[in-house]
Write a protein that binds this ligand. Structure first.
Ligand code: MF3
Ligand code: CO
Length: 255
């Protein structure tokens, strides 16, 4: 069931989203070689708590960390660890939810640490661009499949891939709500978008094959070919004539 939010509820989700924006802004200068993924998660949690938020991932279906920190060939759901140390050339994705005043926003960014190959830079750039290609399709009357198709077209153009098992989703009252938003699909299919829907759109993109495995911890999603991955996500609201990004300072996504 899709939950349509009132303008007041959209604003509350935006308030949660602005806490996420603050976290990402601070991580840009914080993430450095020598830190553990636990150090990164702890910094996120401290910022969230200082802004009257709660890290939604913490305890969500038993997830043991405050946020997900997924390095290199870990696509998503990396569990923060004191033993996993960031080094030059790493690609670090941080994915987090914030609950504030009962409403939830969800977003992810991928940070390049030091120097990486041009093809890896391209992967990170194209993952972000794929989100914005999907975003252009967000307006009342369009279909979920229009978003999915635009994302897929973009990463396929560059020869990248994305496992079909992981999708974007509605968000706001719960962490994961209907509708689900695949990163591949047919234009003109799926339910129609309506004003007041709040959606987490999240391309999760692989440099190599989309074949993955779930580690024994029950969470960590790693690529079988051990190649690099990237993740970029924002929570957006469907407005009367388009969209508003709720997890960035600028509602249309200008940096
Ligand atoms: N934030 C993730 C998403 O984009 C969910 C993480 S699952 C959790 O859907 F258990 F780690 F919270
Ligand atoms: Co999400």
């Amino acid at each position: 069931m899709v939950i349509i939010k009132s303008p007041r509820e959209v604003e509350l989700i935006h308030q949660a989203g602005l806490v996420i924006n603050e976290v990402f802004k601070q991580l840009e200068t914080f993430i450095k070689p020598g830190l553990s993924t636990y150090d990164i998660a702890k910094r996120c949690e401290d910022i969230i708590l200082a802004h009257d938020g709660y890290p939604t991932c913490k305890g969500y279906e038993g997830f043991p960390g405050a946020v997900c920190v997924s390095v290199n060939d870990t696509l998503i759901h990396g569990i923060p660890s004191r033993k996993e140390i960031i080094k030059n050339g790493d690609v670090v994705s941080v994915d987090l939810g914030v609950t504030k005043h009962g409403y939830i926003a969800d977003a992810a960014r991928t940070y390049i640490v030091g120097h990486v190959e041009p093809r890896v830079e391209e992967l990170v750039r194209v993952t972000k661009e794929a989100f914005f290609e999907g975003l252009k399709q967000v307006k009342p009357g369009n279909h979920i499949g229009d978003i999915s198709h635009a994302i897929e077209e973009h990463y396929k153009k560059y020869g990248f891939s994305s496992p079909e098992d992981f999708t974007g989703h509605g968000v706001g009252v719960s962490f994961h709500e209907d509708p689900y938003i695949p990163n591949q699909g047919e234009a003109g299919t799926g339910i129609r978008l309506r004003e007041g829907m709040t959606l987490a759109i999240e391309p999760m993109i692989c440099l190599g094959s989309p074949e993955y495995k779930v580690l024994g911890d029950g969470w960590t999603i790693k690529m079988r070919d051990k190649k690099m991955t990237a993740h970029y996500e924002n929570t957006v609201a469907v407005t009367k004539d388009g969209y508003k990004i709720l997890t960035m300072e600028d509602e249309h996504g200008e940096d």
